[in-house]
Design a protein around this ligand. Structure first.
Ligand code: URA
Ligand code: SF4
Length: 195
């Protein structure tokens, strides 16, 4: 399996109801050599129109945070929990998330990121069973030997200047952590999942 195969499978996917209302599926995008995978919720209107993740208002916030951290979008890999837009941007339901999760598992197993950056509550809940991201953001989680970094969803920062600062600082910290990991240094894990 290659990222290109996953992309084609996502583009042609009809496994859940969301295929009926989408314009375009939105496969993950970015470098297969990335140390980090960013995981959002689901495509919005602009993403559905263009077939690319995080190209609308939330995407601008994410790009700005990456830029402040000195990182370009091309260096990283960006994807979503579900790859098709839910009507009226509703939160994807359990069935849709479960059906779509094969793709994100495949993306992770190919890229083997040093860390996965969870953007907001839907990704937090889907990948780690968590809730209340604002309480847990900034923390590093380890589950099944995979590291995760938690932060707010870029869309939440659109009308909230304080959250922009939070997101930007979190992303800077994430890349400090990645630097440590690349140098094989021990990093502090805040939450260990043991089951
Ligand atoms: N919000 C998301 O969660 N993902 C996108 O791709 C765009 C907006
Ligand atoms: Fe397939 Fe995922 Fe789109 Fe549903 S959301 S049709 S499972 S790609």
């Amino acid at each position: 399996m290659s990222l290109e195969t996953i992309k084609q499978n996502v583009i042609n996917c009809t496994k859940c109801e969301l295929c009926k209302t989408r314009t375009n599926s939105v496969p993950g995008k970015g470098s297969f050599q990335s140390n980090v995978i960013f995981v959002g919720e689901a495509p919005g209107r602009n993403e559905d129109r263009e077939g690319k993740p995080f190209v609308g208002a939330a995407g601008k916030k994410l790009s700005a945070a990456l830029e402040e951290a000195g990182v370009s979008r091309e260096e990283v890999y960006i994807t979503n929990i579900v790859k098709c837009r839910p009507p009226n941007n509703r939160v994807p339901n359990t069935d849709e998330r479960n059906t779509c999760q094969d793709y994100i598992r495949q993306e992770i197993s190919i890229i083997k990121p040093k860390i996965i950056c969870i953007l907001g509550n839907t990704a937090f809940n889907s990948m780690l069973g968590g809730s209340e991201i604002t309480k847990f953001r900034g923390k590093v989680v380890r589950k099944d030997s995979q590291l995760y970094f938690l932060t707010v969803h870029p869309a939440a920062t659109i009308y909230n200047q304080e959250l922009i600062t939070v997101l930007n600082n979190d992303i800077k910290r994430l890349f400090d952590i990645i630097k440590e990991l690349k140098n094989n240094r021990k990093i502090q894990v805040d939450i260990e999942y043991t089951h």
